[in-house]
Design a protein around this ligand. Structure first.
Ligand SMILES: [Cu+2]
Length: 221
């Protein structure tokens, strides 16, 4: 019984170290692992340094340390989003990207086409905030980025070049071994609808619940 409990604690500790980093667009503040389970990763106030973000054909990039994870992206069209309620309309989450799951760790670049979601208020010139929500077996984790939407801004060559998927199927919290262009995943879909490696996307809450269930089962052995 002692051994079983220790295994659970170790797994949780490892997850807490890794979690995920939002690499682009720039998050509200420096990554603080212990705060990532909190709203906006511990940064409840909007920041002054907003990223000018394209209304069409944008993307977000994360470095992700959990095997078997899922992510979604919420949007608030309030200029000063400071609570989970600010990312809801009539009590429902406003999704910019629905839940998608993935089994590998590594770096992921995922298309984010704001215009195609036709969200009221998400228009040229609007100050908005996106919140990436990730579930990787140790609870929901959050990172926010403050944006100014633009139908003219061009992503810099550096930002474009960094948009790659680099996954490692062999390591739990490992380095990168394979590199593919986003959208080069199995389905061959491209452009706005390409999900990269996040194409298979049933509700991940199911996976999160399964992992939690497994942990609870071990604890209660
Ligand atoms: Cu974690």
């Amino acid at each position: 019984m002692k051994l079983a409990s220790f295994t659970v604690v170790s797994a949780l500790a490892l997850g807490a170290q890794a979690h995920f980093h939002l690499l682009y667009p720039a998050p509200r503040g420096e990554f603080v692992s212990a705060k990532e389970p909190d709203f906006c990763g511990g940064y409840p106030e909007a920041t002054a340094n907003r990223t000018a973000f394209p209304l069409s054909n944008g993307f977000f990039r994360i470095k992700q340390g959990h095997p078997d994870w899922a992510a979604s992206v919420l949007i608030s069209v309030k200029p000063d989003a400071k609570s989970f309620d600010d990312f809801k309309t009539s009590g429902n989450d406003v999704f910019l990207r629905y839940w998608a799951n993935e089994t590998q760790t590594g770096n992921f670049c995922v298309p984010l086409d704001v215009a195609s979601m036709k969200i009221p208020g998400a228009v040229d010139g609007a100050n908005v905030t996106i919140q990436v929500v990730l579930s990787g077996g140790d609870g929901q984790l959050y990172q926010c980025a403050d944006l100014t939407l633009s139908d003219k801004v061009m992503l810099s060559a550096d930002v474009q070049a960094a948009c790659k998927n680099e996954t490692d199927p062999t390591s739990g919290h490992g380095a990168s071994s394979t590199s593919t262009a986003p959208g080069a995943a199995s389905t061959g879909s491209s452009g706005n609808n390409g999900l990269g490696n996040l194409e298979h996307l049933p509700l991940l809450s199911a996976l999160g619940a399964g992992v939690l269930g497994a942990l609870v089962a071990v604890v209660s052995v």
